[in-house]
Write a protein that binds this ligand. Structure first.
Ligand SMILES: Cc1ncc(COP(=O)(O)O)c(C=O)c1O
Length: 408
């Protein structure tokens, strides 16, 4: 592919107009939106307004007059539209880790007599750590098996299967409908982590019969650093599921200030404490932007960017020992691409020094995310060219690129 070929693809891009809605520094090719999305201009404007006018002028009346109290369900309802759920099935609260704990605990209670939480080895660490802690406190067993053993490990002991839909390292994507059906066949529930899926691949939670899901606000939804996360509970479970974190925001009447906990029988029952208003404000702006684009078009463009990057990197850099670690089939992957190389860490640092921002996942993966709303085919083509330059010139071999930072 030539640069002109890439430009020709961009000329037909139905999402091109979204590029101007983001604040990205000149000269940067940002391939890390799968980890932290860049700020939508609307999110920055909204944050200024919430801080100065709503907080600064309207003070505590904002809980009502500026819709602060309603924000977790309002923004949840908007995210529902992005993930194939009904508005009353989604809320925004807490972090992905905390939401995973709440829903996995709720799932255990929905399946009395079953004590196994099934997951896969190599799942995102927080998922396994949270499930380990839950198993300890709930007297359950966390059974993490190799990915190819997951389906065979579905037995009538399993209360809930917890999987990350798009894998954080390889971008390998589970078949949500098929896995959900297999779990249901043995009477188990499924809890999906959609952190690398929401805002990237077209999702149809209800179409797949999904039970429960959680996901990040700060990746493809562009909600800002530490943005609150979302959670989904299928309508049929809403009345039965209970949160172990029975905070006042999940009470049927928080402002009745009763001594005893009476759970709200709807999605509000999954809320715990006071909503994070600033975080919700930025996230809402990101979600509003995302909602203007067709999810199928987002996925199609993202896959086109991934294909281009894979082809160009293999053509240009294969001779330097770079190996694809992501599935080739579009239907089997999300929107990031990982290449393995023993010197992946300094190579990524050398790329960052040249304005191509990707990240590294130990021990050897260089990971690049292709968020469709602000990336062009030309930029991705150029990123592959810069990677070739870094490898061909040995630019990555400088000592400063080997020094590891605390956060990579
Ligand atoms: C699959 C997955 N789950 C969860 C998280 C993070 O959860 P939290 O926002 O609670 O740190 C990440 C972060 O990268 C992730 O990739």
């Amino acid at each position: 592919m030539t640069r002109d070929d890439a430009r020709a693809l961009d000329a037909q891009d139905p999402l091109a107009r979204f590029r101007d809605a983001f604040q990205l520094p000149e000269g940067v090719i940002y391939l890390d939106g799968n980890s932290l999305g860049p700020p939508p201009t609307a999110a920055l404007d909204r944050l200024r307004d919430v801080a100065a006018r709503e907080w600064g002028r309207d003070l505590i009346t904002s809980w009502n007059v500026n819709g602060w109290m309603a924000a977790p369900l309002r923004v949840g309802g908007k995210i529902a539209g992005l993930v194939g759920a009904k508005p009353h099935e989604v809320a925004v609260a807490d972090s992905t880790s905390v939401n995973l704990f709440k829903l996995a605990a709720g799932a255990l209670e929905l399946r009395p007599g079953r004590r196994v939480i099934l997951s896969e080895t190599g799942n995102f660490p927080t998922d396994l750590y949270v499930l380990e802690g839950l198993a300890r406190t709930a007297g359950a067993e966390l059974r993490a098996v190799a990915p190819d053993a997951v389906l065979d490990s579905l037995t009538d002991e399993v209360a809930v299967l917890v999987l990350t839909h798009v894998h954080y390292r390889t971008a390998r994507r589970w078949d949500m409908a098929a896995v959900t059906a297999a779990a249901h066949a043995v009477g188990a529930l499924v809890l999906w982590d959609l952190s690398h899926s929401a805002g990237a691949v077209a999702l149809d939670l209800n179409g797949c019969g999904a039970d429960l899901a959680v996901g990040c606000g700060y990746k493809y939804l562009n909600g800002g650093p530490g943005a609150p996360a979302f959670l989904f509970v299928a309508e049929r479970h809403l009345n039965g599921i209970r949160s172990p974190l029975s905070g006042w925001m999940g009470h049927a009447e928080p402002f009745a200030f009763e001594d005893g906990y009476r759970p709200s029988g709807d999605i509000r029952g999954q809320l715990c404490g006071t909503p994070s208003v600033l975080g919700l404000a930025a996230l809402e702006a990101g979600v509003d932007l995302q909602a203007q684009a067709d999810p199928a078009a987002i996925e199609a463009k993202g896959q086109s960017l991934c294909d281009l990057f894979i082809a160009e990197v293999e053509r240009r850099c294969g001779r330097f020992g770079v190996e694809l670690a992501t599935p080739r089939a579009r239907t089997q992957r999300g929107l990031h691409v990982s290449f393995a190389h023993p010197d992946g860490y300094p190579i990524v640092q050398a790329l960052i020094a040249r304005g191509v921002i990707g990240d590294f996942r130990a021990p050897d993966l260089m990971r690049f995310g292709f968020a469709p709303l602000y990336l062009s085919h030309e930029a991705v083509w150029r990123a592959a060219e810069i990677l070739e330059e870094v490898l061909a010139t040995g630019a990555w071999e400088r000592p400063e690129f080997r020094a590891r930072a605390a956060v990579t």
